[in-house]
Design a protein around this ligand. Sequence first.
Ligand SMILES: Cc1cc2nc3c(=O)[nH]c(=O)nc-3n(C[C@H](O)[C@H](O)[C@H](O)COP(=O)(O)O)c2cc1C
Length: 309
Amino acid sequence: MTVPFFAQPIALSDSFTLPSRAILSPLEGIMNREAFFKAAVSMGLIDSWMPPFIAVPKGAAPSTGALRRRFGLFLESNIPLSIQLLGNDPDTLAETGAALFRIGVRSVNLNCACPSRTVLSGGSGGALLKNPGRIRDILCAIKEKTPGLCLSVKTRSGFRSPEEIPSLMEAVREGGADWVLHHFRTVPETYETVPFEEAIRRLRLVVRKAAPLPVFANGDIRTAEDAEIMVKETSCAGIAVGRGIMRDPFLLRKLRGAACPPDMCPAFLKALSGGEIAGKKKRRFHLECVKMAFGESSPEFREALQNSP
Ligand SMILES: Cc1cc2nc3c(=O)[nH]c(=O)nc-3n(C[C@H](O)[C@H](O)[C@H](O)COP(=O)(O)O)c2cc1C
């Protein structure tokens, strides 16, 4: 029997293998809640995990104790774990990579994609795309200090324009990255609509220019069919789903060919807002999740608003 494409493991470095090619793309504010991780693991939604970024300001590498407190739960789960770093100082990021390695983390991702104004004004996230040389220096510094770490980058299709893709991918390769997670929009496009043909054109270019590095394609994958089309059209090595998981929690499971109980979305959304939060905050969080899952003008969101005391 042939194993479905998405269920095939992929070795991304000597020490780091993803059990499948359908992964989550981090969502800050949603996926950094332990309730999300616990629900996702207990419902068998994920088989690897990249939580939202940790900010690493220059000269302020976190201690191993702080990292252990923050990521202990994930490490104990034994699910392949990648930690995403947000910063721009090569030495501090390399020190953080080494500390993560000491506590057992084997995979690190550099965020070169965040379009938030605050992050951009600090010169991190998407702002790094303006300076491919800096991306290369950061990657080289991390790799040199801790060669055993599997190293990846989260990129967008340029700070201003997709024409930047070739030089960006060159820097990523020269920096020694092992793989790329790519969201097809540029930084100023934030989450705007990009025509399908254009999104595919950009992703194809990324796949070509990043070669031989594997590329996981990301952006607007909401159904199994979207994922299949993405692979067929771009020859990417895998896909990553962000907001789509809120609408269909079993999307990654489906892609792996695993059995899926009937629609679990309401139970999943409820599990997400359980645990650490209470009262008003809990209601607000639940509304945020429903909005992300179904959209602001959806009947589901209107109903959630009406039922919210
Ligand atoms: C609320 C929110 C938080 C996000 N946080 C992160 C993050 O911490 N790290 C990251 O690389 N991308 C982050 N992203 C981007 C997503 O991972 C993903 O690249 C983007 O939403 C496009 O994919 P999608 O259409 O599947 O959601 C965030 C997006 C949203 C909407």
